[in-house]
Design a protein around this ligand. Structure first.
Ligand code: FAD
Length: 421
């Protein structure tokens, strides 16, 4: 009996043990990556040195985002408080939103856009927005100088199709309304220019010159702001994505993920969020929608007639010359749903339409080749006014710059800097 039991036990062990061993080994093997991950994570979390903690993690003001608003805000904070230590944290190696990816229009708004906006906005609010844009452009010119930002005052033109002809009937009214801001007439009928610029005859019925708009060089503008910020002693860290801000006992911990550390905690009593379309992470309740903008630029074109900046279809399309190239962008209205995204990639349908319009309407009969295509992310909401908001714990935000942040950005920055104690 006993030996039969022993035999059964032996058979059971022989069958079960290898099974148990296999299960045990599998569990250990499966846990190894997890254990390595936890070990590695802890190692990275504690890899801050004493010196780093002493000198490199504490600031008076931390600004998140190095677009036009972030850079200008840092400059304005330094102007008011030269002794403050100011740090900008930028997630990209280059700014990665809209400020280095736009069309470079120093724009105050076309007539058709004003007429459209007036359907749901008071005239007082329209004048306010127009004058903020104008003031923002004047501010940049005075601060940095026209040469440094590639400002070329060739004016702008809005092209109107036959169906939009009634817009020209609003010229006198808006000239009157905006006289004080513009210091003269903002809009002048210039139909004769349609042929001068070489556009397809018959595609556009009217042309309105806008005296308050001009072109600038986006790259030069951002580089000039960057140099000024550095000159004033602002520190900038790129490749530093802020995951969240924690307000603890009156301190703001700004948690950053980079290529090496899972989380570094910077600290400042005051924080300013300048992340425009990416601001929901910090201001989840804000009325803000991302809107992607598509752009292309041609190779140089011989005898290019296009000079200055142009809009059509209520500003949904915009183009300009950059030397003897054409930069053309827009078409978001073709596919609002897809373009409501923070993803920086191309929409083929829109790019195809841009090329089609170049061939048929803007450069008819002219040979051209596309050199570059790109996109950037804007921020929109129910109104065109930017949001400037403060949360408890001295956390401020300036965002939702729409399609005219180059003009509006500096005024938002000035207001944000005023909130710093
Ligand atoms: C295609 C296109 C054409 C345009 N054309 C014009 C034009 O001609 N004229 C005009 O006035 N405006 C134009 N605009 C709009 C204008 O560029 C924007 O309104 C303006 O640049 C917004 O500036 P910003 O500093 O608020 O935002 P952004 O330039 O988007 O800067 C925000 C920065 O925050 C960073 N960031 C985001 N999240 C984080 C995070 N968690 N941690 C750290 N950093 C973060 C981003 O990488 C980005 O660099 C255009 C926009 C596009 C896309």
């Amino acid at each position: 009996m006993r030996s039969a039991k022993k035999y059964k036990g032996f058979v059971f062990l022989m069958k079960a043990k290898p099974l148990m061993l296999i299960v045990l080994c599998s569990i250990i093997m499966a846990s190894i990556p997890g254990l390595i991950f936890i070990f590695e994570r802890n190692r990275r979390l504690i890899m801050i040195s004493f010196w780093e903690r002493e000198s490199l993690l504490h600031y008076d003001v931390i600004i998140i985002g190095s677009g036009i608003v972030g850079l200008q805000t840092a400059i304005q904070v330094k102007e008011k408080h030269p002794n403050y230590e100011v740090l900008i944290l930028e997630r990209g190696l280059l700014p990665s939103g809209a400020s280095t990816r736009n069309a470079g229009f120093a724009a105050t708004g076309s007539l058709s856009e004003l007429v459209e906006d007036a359907k749901h906005t008071s005239e007082t609010a329209l004048i306010d927005l127009f004058s903020k844009r104008k003031a923002g452009i004047d501010f940049l010119r005075a601060q940095l100088g026209d040469a440094a930002i590639g400002y070329t005052p060739e004016g702008s033109h809005e092209l109107l199709r036959a169906a939009e002809a009634e817009i020209i009937g609003h010229i006198d009214h808006y000239n009157q309304l905006l006289k004080e801001v513009s210091g003269g007439n903002s809009f002048v009928l210039a139909d004769e220019q349609i042929e001068t610029f070489g556009f397809s005859p018959g595609r556009f019925r009217h042309c309105i010159a806008c005296t308050t708009e001009a072109a600038l060089h986006t790259g030069k503008l951002i580089k000039s702001l960057l140099h000024l910020a550095l000159k004033k002693g602002v520190e900038i860290k790129t490749g530093a994505e802020v995951s969240h801000i924690e307000n603890l006992n009156g301190k703001n911990l700004v948690l950053v993920k980079d290529g090496f550390h899972d989380s570094i905690s910077f600290e400042a009593p005051q924080v300013i969020v300048c992340t425009n379309a990416f601001s929901k992470r910090f201001f989840p309740e804000a009325d803000i929608q991302p809107g992607r903008g598509q752009v292309l630029v041609t190779h140089p074109i011989e005898d290019l007639k296009v000079k200055g900046i142009f809009h059509f279809d209520q500003g949904y399309y915009y183009f300009r010359n950059v030397g003897n190239r054409v930069l053309f962008g827009g078409g978001r209205n073709l596919d609002f749903t897809t373009e409501n995204t923070t993803e920086i990639s191309l929409n083929q349908q829109i790019q195809d339409q841009l090329i089609h319009l170049l061939k048929t309407e803007l450069l008819p009969g002219q040979d051209f080749e596309i050199d570059m295509q790109w996109s950037g992310i804007m921020a929109f909401g129910t109104t065109k006014m930017p949001i400037i908001k403060s949360l408890e714990g001295n956390i401020h935000g300036g965002f939702r710059l729409g399609g005219m942040g180059v003009a509006l950005g500096s005024m938002v920055a000035v207001e944000l800097a005023q909130r710093i104690e």
